[in-house]
Design a binder for this molecule. Structure first.
Ligand code: HEC
Length: 438
């Protein structure tokens, strides 16, 4: 076990959540954008409309700055925040998928090289070559999505990997294809909203023409993407469906995501087929915000229905291994920790905290509690699922009441069993009780 990253108010989970949800915007833009742009570039040559190329230039510049600066930075942000908040979780993924990531980075480098080439050679090389560079980019970007989706989907539905430990059994898991197709088509919606933003800054005839084209592509993508989301939902394991209906906040997120989706589809329908004039910078900026809210909710659900695990059925949210994986020589840890204790595994602790004494009870209790709960709960008065408030509602009368709650944690469908022996559970309960009295 590594030290715990305790983030007041937010909890470490929400830090990753915010960075990762933001990252969806530039990353999905990066994958969707050039299919749309190259299509418009082709139309520019076919219809002899050099004014369309203005759009191509501006859109690509936006892509360069937004996706390849903010997107890259937030991508690294996910690695940093995931590494400190759940080092064993990320280690579990790397031990399975390091070659997956290595492959993704090869395509990412092709993306970076070709996007610069595409931007700086517009109007300087012959159209055919330029369009080829565009397709090369678009293909490399999509392949990076093909790869990363396997790892993302694996975390929720590891499938046969749980028995075989095999790279491809985990990669081509039950939700892989529905999720890949859903992301592939929904990204045209993300690209569409950016495209409309750029189009709204152009002169009238160009603006109206391009608004129509972009909105129609985005509308089609959103409808197909929506259908694949339905397929995706049907493939979810029963435990995930039960969590979704059992935890009220998840169904609330679901409703918000649906409303965001419908508003976007309606806007694309209006600007694509009825009144392209409607497209303007203020509206698209608001819709961009709405897109972000929708993504935040959808990704929040995807993470939420995996509880109490980081890697479903294999590693709990508190980073303890739940299940034997003989193929990889990995043994379940939870029962052992409940017998032998968590403290012997916290190698980073100073000697003064390695044994429970009458002086250090509360301090050790806090460390044990942090290891067990901080990935999902804030320890502060306010914030994400704050423990003082949640316990306050249960109104325990003594540390023993909390101890009984901790002993029963495993019976909640969304919380892992307590990781620690009886004495550790007792000091954790004593510490948690001090939070409520405050
Ligand atoms: C894997 C994530 C996760 C971990 C780890 C976790 N919890 Fe929770 N906990 C939740 C979720 C989700 C809820 C439901 C909150 C809601 O309904 O919004 C919850 C609810 C609670 C509640 C309210 C009771 C209830 O029935 O809803 C208490 C009290 C609580 N947790 C205490 C703890 C304590 C103490 C620990 C550590 C020993 C812990 N939790 C570890 C996710 C977790």
């Amino acid at each position: 076990m590594y030290p715990i990253w305790d983030v007041p108010y937010l909890s470490s989970a929400l830090v990753i959540g915010l960075i990762a949800s933001f990252h969806v915007l530039p990353s999905h833009l990066a994958v969707g954008a050039l299919w749309v742009t190259v299509y418009i570039e082709k139309l520019a040559y076919l219809r002899n409309r050099p004014d369309y190329l203005d759009f191509v230039k501006r859109f690509t510049l936006l892509l360069l700055i937004f996706s390849f600066i903010f997107g890259s930075l937030s991508g690294i942000g996910i690695w940093y925040s995931a590494t400190v908040s759940s080092p064993r979780g990320i280690s579990g993924l790397i031990h399975n998928y390091v070659w997956g990531w290595a492959t993704e980075w090869v395509f990412f480098i092709i993306e970076i090289a070709t996007i610069y080439a595409y931007y700086y050679t517009l109007g300087k090389v012959d159209p055919k070559t330029h369009i080829r560079i565009g397709y090369l980019y678009a293909l490399a970007a999509w392949i990076s999505m093909i790869i990363i989706t396997g790892i993302l989907a694996f975390m929720l539905t590891p499938g046969k990997w749980l028995e075989t430990g095999d790279f491809f059994d985990g990669f081509f898991n039950p939700t892989y294809f529905p999720q890949l197709l859903a992301r592939t088509f929904l990204m045209f919606g993300v690209a569409g909203i950016y495209g409309l933003t750029i189009a709204s800054t152009l002169k009238k005839p160009t603006k109206l023409d391009l608004t129509k084209i972009i909105s129609r592509v985005a509308f089609g993508g959103m409808i197909l993407g929506g259908l694949f989301v339905i397929w995706y939902l049907s493939k979810l394991p029963q435990s995930a469906k039960e969590l979704y209906t059992g935890l009220p906040y998840l169904s609330k997120l679901g409703k918000i995501a649906l409303v965001c989706y419908l508003i976007l589809v309606f806007y694309f329908l209006l600007t694509g087929f009825v009144i392209p004039r409607l497209n303007n910078l203020i509206l698209t900026s608001l819709l961009m915000l709405l897109t972000f809210v929708g993504i935040l909710c959808a990704e929040g659900i995807r993470e939420g229905i995996r509880r109490p695990f980081i890697i479903n059925y294999f590693m709990y949210g508190h980073q303890v291994i739940a299940k034997d994986l003989p193929a990889k020589n990995i043994k379940a840890e939870i029962e052992v920790i409940q017998k032998e204790g968590l403290l012997p595994r916290l190698g980073y602790l100073p000697d003064s905290l390695r044994k429970i004494t009458s002086e250090n009870r509360l301090e050790v209790g806090r460390i044990i509690a942090l290891h067990n709960c901080a990935n999902c709960h804030a320890f502060t008065e306010k914030g994400l699922r704050p423990l003082p408030a949640l316990f306050g509602k249960l109104s325990p009368q003594s540390p023993e009441d909390i101890d009984a709650f901790l002993a029963a944690l495993g019976s909640f469908p969304y919380m892992p069993p307590f990781a620690g022996n009886d004495e550790e559970r007792k000091v954790a309960a004593e510490y948690l009780f001090t939070l409520i009295k405050k």
